[in-house]
Design a protein around this ligand. Structure first.
Ligand code: BG6
Length: 512
């Protein structure tokens, strides 16, 4: 993984120069679910952006597989429109020509052996004509209920089995199951066909620059690590707030809810990267080991009602616009008990974190879109400032701004000029935009490239998925007995229950 500041000190251990761009070798990407939102808005544009950055080889092919009665040209037009609308980098005719000459389409359903036979022939033709060399990744951007069928069809058609010296990989999108049991079932199906190192589970948060920077921030600097523990940190807040509602995703979201949708994966990954020990190397094995260790040491307090909160957005405001509630959304049952806001407290049983809770919250239709990790420090134990000057000193905070205003903020107290000794909080800021001229690649660019390169550190393995469900399952079970989630007005910062959850611990949520 190319972490800017995590270059290995030992060239024998890692001979690659991590400053150089990595370019994928000859290969093809087969996409299932090309009519979906994710493929159109993120995946196809990411493929184009990679091509535009010169990170795909000339011998690259993109094959779409779908039920639609499309020909090759129809699919090419779909890719073109999606690139035009959503690509990050400028449109260049040469890039498009090169990319589009490798576009293919196979029409069929997931359970049709003849369609998979056509897919196999297409892939073989590409190997012969375009030089994809037998290396193919299958991207399953499809509902999880269809995974087993597609994986089986890939096996039955022989597509999953690489020839000597070539590779076949499968990419699966979350949700990885609905709970621990279904995640295990899903894994059993996938691992019957693909060996563990050929399975790439996408958690797109791990592809975000700011998330990778967490490792550089923590371990490439001397400044932070000595105070990154319960001696200095009072608690940590990890927030993923969105101002949007569920949009047109009722079919996916209802019955899933916010905890399964983003806490089980994105937020627990952010938690693991923030709380873990320094890995021996940044190789997949070592990194995953540390993440798993800290996930294993984490737990939700026994009194689940007191230390978690859930809510459902009601009508309110988004921007200047009056918006309806979750129960008014198209496709949502009028008595749906799905939560659109979830907050949990995690305690970590280890020497570094005992006594320093982590609070994770995620919600839709909140005040604004922001994802951040805030380490809130203990108050300075200074008798002068606390007692003599009568100034209530604030908590210092280190805030890693994951998005949208990517950067890092340090908040600390400073004397107000002209006063005898009044202290007020000020901030010191690092913003990507001010320090670097390069714009950050989209998470999917990085992740798709890693799949094609076979570079696994940014992909959680099944053990991490299991540990996340072990943390969440008791909470979800408890919530399923609570009936309707507490409503909160759209545009606010969530249900009252979430504030009470913090008040019980003598703390408050940050208002980012
Ligand atoms: C997805 C969730 O994984 O992440 C969505 O399924 C959510 O519900 C999205 O909106 C947010 O991603 P980002 O990158 O915009 O923060």
């Amino acid at each position: 993984m190319s972490l800017p500041a995590a270059q290995s000190a030992n060239p024998l251990r890692d001979p690659r120069d991590r400053r150089l761009p990595r370019i994928a070798g000859s290969c093809g990407l087969v996409m299932f679910g090309v009519t979906g939102d994710l493929a159109r808005k993120k995946l196809m544009p990411a493929v184009y952006d990679l091509a535009n950055r010169g990170l795909l080889p000339p011998a690259f092919a993109l094959t779409g597989f779908a039920r639609r009665e499309w020909g090759r040209e129809d699919f090419e037009n779909v890719v073109y429109e999606s690139v035009k609308q959503h690509a990050r980098t400028p449109f260049r005719e040469e890039t498009w020509e090169q990319l589009s000459s490798g576009i293919r389409f196979v029409q069929g359903t997931f359970d049709d052996p003849a369609a998979f036979e056509r897919l196999r022939e297409t892939v073989e033709e590409l190997d012969a004509e375009r030089g994809t060399d037998g290396n193919h990744a299958f991207y399953l951007s499809i509902p999880p209920s269809a995974f087993p069928q597609v994986v089986r069809s890939l096996a039955d058609s022989g597509l999953s089995a690489p020839r000597e010296g070539t590779w076949r990989r499968v990419v699966i999108e979350k949700p990885f199951g609905h709970n621990l049991e279904s995640a295990d079932e899903l894994d059993a199906i996938v691992s019957e066909v693909f060996p563990p190192d050929a399975v790439f589970r996408i958690d797109h948060y791990l592809g975000k620059e700011t998330v990778q920077n967490l490792l550089a921030l923590r371990f490439a600097n001397q400044l932070f690590e000595p105070i990154w523990n319960n001696q200095y940190i009072d608690h940590v807040q990890i927030t993923m707030a969105e101002d949007i509602g569920i949009g047109s995703r009722a079919g996916y979201y209802d019955g899933i809810g916010q905890a399964r949708d983003v806490i089980q994966n994105h937020l627990l990954q952010l938690f693991a990267l923030t709380a873990m020990e320094e890995p021996a190397t940044f190789d997949a094995h070592d990194l995953r080991l540390e993440k798993e260790k800290v996930l294993r040491a984490a737990s939700v307090p026994r009194d689940i009602s007191a230390h978690t909160a859930r809510g459902q957005y009601a009508a309110g405001w988004r921007g200047g616009e009056l918006v309806g509630g979750f129960l008014d959304e198209d496709g949502i049952a009028p008595d749906s008990e799905t939560e659109t806001y979830a907050a949990i407290r995690l305690d970590v049983r280890n020497r570094r974190w005992a006594g320093t809770p982590f609070y994770l919250r995620a919600g839709k239709r909140l005040g604004r879109r922001v994802t951040e990790i805030a380490l809130v420090f203990k108050k300075a134990p200074s008798p002068y400032f606390q007692e003599i000057a009568g100034t209530d000193v604030g908590n210092n905070a280190l805030v890693i701004r994951v998005q949208p205003d990517e950067g890092v903020t340090l908040r600390f107290g400073s004397k107000v000029p002209g006063t005898a000794m009044e202290v007020r909080d000020v901030t010191m800021d690092f913003a990507y935009g001010n320090s670097f001229t390069e714009s950050s690649p989209e998470a999917y660019e990085r992740l798709i490239l890693d799949v094609l390169l076979g570079d696994p550190p940014l992909f959680p393995r099944h053990e991490e998925v299991q540990l996340s469900w072990k943390l969440l399952d008791p909470v979800l079970e408890h919530w399923s007995r609570q009936g309707q989630p507490e409503p909160y007005r759209s545009g606010t910062w969530g249900p009252v229950g979430a504030d009470l959850m913090m008040e019980r611990d003598g703390r408050t949520w940050r208002r980012p």
